[in-house]
Design a binder for this molecule. Structure first.
Ligand SMILES: [Zn+2]
Length: 370
């Protein structure tokens, strides 16, 4: 094997990601998150400010401008999902930062109009017919700016009025990647439609998926009217039903796991979505990760947590591989890396998560209590 450049500089975490247990009203849960992860939330605001500043030449957007832009999305979130605006309010209060700044963080992709050159995340799922022990497994590599890696944590939540859930997040972002007590998991991948508009922010749309009790409810929520844009939502149910729901502001496409497994990265797979994809020629590394993961999944009909973790450490097309690396060079806007990798065992209600690149960091297990 050829030596991989700078692999030895990859950050190593000697502890598991922090676990935050919260319960109560949405405002109270937000406050508990903000208080216990105050430093992480504050760091993420600082990182977002730095990013906007570095992007000024490209976006001509100041931090004050970002505050104004972010405020436009708020009434749409408030109208449809006041409980998640409460969560943001609580996080801001608990972390001692302004609510407006926390909103910027949660609509950052929209206010930067996706000009950040990030092609983030690889998601996979296999159903009971494709695993050695009949469990349903969902895997996700979270690729994002390196500065936010230190602010990763896991949330174990018991809302008064919604199902308990376990989720991964970082800094001041509301929960959206994880699974709930009704056996529904969601992982998301950024996509690049050209029909985005002012509306319900993507992270709020995704947050609402963690609160559903049925598969149909989950898909419906990804398609909520007045959404600002869209992600790919890879949604799995403990029964082994798995879907990719590719979403934009005005269109969607539903892809079903007829072979027992599914993959998604950051390019649209459906023809009707490809028609509205911005700059598809910039998404080549996303396509390579997609086909690589698909081929590796197809090689076995008896996958395990370990075999999915092996795929998450894959270095083909390094450093823009499934396990994505960053060398600390160049424009901050173009820099990204895998900041955590998780395998959700939906049947066992467990999340196995590696903090940082999974090739250098071990996995830790978190369980959703009844
Ligand atoms: Zn790696």
């Amino acid at each position: 094997m050829t030596q991989l450049k700078n692999l030895s500089e990859t950050p190593v975490h000697t502890t598991p990601p922090p676990l935050v247990r919260v319960s109560g009203t949405h405002l109270e849960m937000g406050q508990q998150i903000g208080e216990s992860r105050r430093k992480n939330v504050q760091n993420s605001i600082e990182n977002a400010r730095k990013l906007i500043k570095e992007a000024y030449r490209e976006l001509e957007l100041s931090w004050d401008g970002a505050l104004i832009q972010a405020r436009k999305y708020l009434p749409f979130a408030q109208e449809r999902y006041p409980q998640y605006v409460d969560e943001m309010q609580g996080i801001a209060e608990g972390a001692n930062i302004s609510f407006d700044e926390l909103v910027v963080l949660n609509v950052l992709e929209a206010v930067t109009m996706d000009a950040l050159h990030l092609t983030r995340c690889t998601s996979m799922a296999v159903n009971d017919e494709y695993t050695a022990d009949g469990h349903v497994l969902v895997a996700h590599n979270e690729d994002w700016i390196p500065d936010d890696e230190n602010d990763v944590f896991v949330i174990h939540a018991k809302p008064n009025d919604e199902p308990p859930y376990l989720a991964m997040t970082y800094g001041g972002l509301i929960s959206n990647i994880g699974f709930n007590a009704y056996g529904i998991a969601q992982v998301i991948d950024s996509v690049y439609p050209n029909d985005s508009r002012i509306g319900i922010p993507r992270l709020v749309v995704s947050r609402a998926v963690l609160a559903v009790k049925t598969l149909g409810g989950a898909i419906n929520r990804t398609l909520i009217p007045h959404r600002a844009a869209g992600y790919n939502h890879l949604i799995a149910h403990e029964s082994g039903e798995i879907y990719n729901v590719e979403v934009s502001a005005r269109r969607f496409s539903i892809i079903y796991n007829k072979d027992g497994y599914l993959v998604h990265t950051n390019n649209y797979l459906s023809e009707n979505m490809q028609e509205i994809e911005n700059d598809p020629e910039e998404l080549i590394s996303s396509r390579i990760r997609y086909f690589r993961a698909l081929r590796l999944l197809n090689q076995s009909k008896s996958h395990t947590i370990k075999s999915l973790q092996t795929i998450q450490r894959d270095h083909v097309n390094y450093p823009n591989s499934i396990c994505k690396h960053d060398f600390g060079e160049g424009n901050l806007l173009d820099r990204e890396k895998t900041i955590n990798a998780m395998v959700i065992d939906l049947t066992a209600r467990e999340m196995h998560i590696a903090w940082g690149n999974p090739c250098k960091n071990s996995y830790h297990t978190y369980h959703l209590d009844d």
